[in-house]
Ligand binder design. Structure first.
Ligand SMILES: [Zn+2]
Length: 139
């Protein structure tokens, strides 16, 4: 099991069994929401449990997707399909354990002058699920 949560500990959660390896997203929305890029893992909802959610808020950042954050401390935590979600993307910075990183998406928007994981697989736009089966087993 991996535990995670926000900076002020008002939102916390657990991931069980397995989770997708981390993918760095450079899209312009992640740039605004997460600093300069995001790093998300993705867990199936039946492997994910919110244990504290009193200050969790959702912002509908586009028609189909929403972003979860803590309204007390401002931590950006989740990214999820609004209708019939089967999984939830979780900011890897919120986790107590390290998840290995496998690639980049929306690389054409990349801003940073620092090359992080520049040898990893890159997609200029969406990966269309390319990374979805790259799972990290959780003990
Ligand atoms: Zn918080």
């Amino acid at each position: 099991m991996i535990q995670g949560g926000c900076l002020c500990k008002s939102v916390s959660f657990k991931i069980y069994k397995e989770t997708r390896k981390a993918v760095i997203c450079h899209c312009t929305m992640c740039q605004k929401s997460n600093g300069e890029f995001s790093s998300y893992t993705k867990a199936k909802l039946n492997n994910f449990k919110l244990t504290k959610k009193s200050s969790l808020k959702w912002y509908h950042s586009s028609k189909k997707y929403r972003r979860g954050f803590c309204f007390k401390c401002g931590s950006s935590l989740f990214f999820q399909k609004i209708e019939d979600p089967i999984d939830i993307a979780i900011s890897t910075g919120s986790l107590k354990k390290n998840i290995s990183t496998v690639g980049h998406i929306f690389y054409h928007n990349k801003k940073s002058i620092i090359d992080i994981g520049s040898k990893l697989k890159k997609f200029q736009k969406s990966s269309n699920g390319y990374f979805d089966n790259m799972l990290e087993k959780i003990k």
